[in-house]
Design a protein around this ligand. Sequence first.
Ligand SMILES: [Ca+2]
Length: 436
Amino acid sequence: MKRTQFVIALAASAILAGTACGQRPAAEQTSAADQKTAAGQCTPLETRAPNAAEQKPAFAGQTRACGVKTTAAIEVSVLAKGLDRPWAVEPLPDGSFLVTEKPGRMRIVSAAGKVGEPIEGLTPVAQGGVTAESGQGGLPPITARGQGGLLDVALSPTFAKDRTVFWSFSEQREGGSGTTVARGVLSADGRKLSDVRVIFRAMPTYNNGLHFGSRLAFAPDGKLFITLGDRFDLRTMRPLAQSLEAHNGKVVRINPDGTVPTDNPFAGKEGALGDIWSIGHRNIQSAVFDDQGRLWTVEHGARGGDELNMPEKGKNYGWPVATYGEEYSGQPISDLTAKEGTEQPVYYWDPVIAPSGMEFYTGAAFPEWKGNIFVGGLASQRLVRLVMKDGRVAGEEHLLTDRGSRIRDVRQGQDGFLYVVTDESNGELLRISPKK
Ligand SMILES: [Ca+2]
C-alpha cells in the first residue's frame, strides 16, 4: 500500500473508532503504549481471574500486558473455504498458498482463492489406530487420530531453485505413533511430490493421539528447527520433557538432509540425542524466526501457563518441574514457577489462548505492526498480536474475536497481508489487509 493510501485509511479508522488517541500516527501510538508499560500505568487486556491465582510473575510485564489497539482500519476477507481442518498455510512465491489438512491432504489454494485437488505423492493415511502397510515408495502412513494427522508444511529456504518442501505429521508406527518430518520436491505444476523421504523421527513411539507439536521453522543459516510435544501422559511421557534421551517436549535442530549439525549443544554427548536444541517444553505448535535470526516459540500450557519463549541453545524451559498454570483437574503441576537451571518464559497467559501458528511481522501493509508477533488462538478463537520491545511483550491486542473461529496458523504473504487458517471441518483461509 502506498503511503498516501495508508494515511487515508488511518484517518478513516480514526473517525470510525472515535477514540481520542485514534488520530495520532501509528508510530506514535505504539510508543505511547510502550511508555504506559514503562510507567506501569495501563489497562491489561486480560481482565478474567487467573486459574492459578497464587502464582506471581517473575518480572513486571511477564503476563497481562497493556491492551493496545491497531489504528489502521482492517479488512478481513474469506479467500477460500471448505478446507478440512487446515493445520498450516504457507505462502508460495507466485502468490498462491500451500495448505495442509489434518486428515492427511496437502493442497494449493490459488491467489484468487481456488482450492486445488490434493497433491499426489504424500504418505497414505492410516485408519483408526490400525497399523497400516507402508505406502508408495515404502513411505510411512500418516495417522489422523486425535491431535495427529498431517501437520505443518514449510518451504525450503532455496525453494525458488529446488522446489523442496518439508512437512510434519504423526506417523503410524509399530506400537503407536510419533512425530515425523519428511521432505519432497513439488512438481512445477504443483500437483505432485516426488523424491519424498523421511528426515526426522521423534522417539519414543507412543500409543495415543496427543501432543505431537510440531511447527517447522528455518533459521537464516538454513538449519531446520522442529518443535515437539511431550505426548501428554502424566506418568509415562511428561517427565521425558526433561530427558536428553527422548524427543518429548523438545526443540530439535537438524540440517535439511536430516543429519545432526556438529555445533548442536548435545551433539556427540553420551546419553543424549544430538539433534536436541532446547528442553523442558510442553507442546509447541507455534514457532517463527524474527528479523534478528532469533527463534521464538509459543507452547500450550495446561489450565493456565501458555508460554512465549525464545529458546536458546541447550537451555531448559522448565516443563514440568517449574511452570505456571495448573492441571486440568485443578491440582498443582509443580510447586514451583521458577527453579535454578530453568528459564523463565518471556511471557505467559493464564487463562490460556491455546496457541497454534505464529508470524513475525515485517510487511509494509501495516507499518504499525512491524516487529510485532502474531499467534493463532484455538480455544480462545482469536488472533493474538504482541507488541515487542527489547525482547519483552509491551502490549497485547486480540483480533478476529467476532468470528468464533479456532485460529490454527498465521503467515505473512509477500503482499504484507496476513493469511490465517481456521481449524474447522469447513475451514477458511482468511486474508487480513488494510481497509481500502
Ligand atoms: Ca516453561
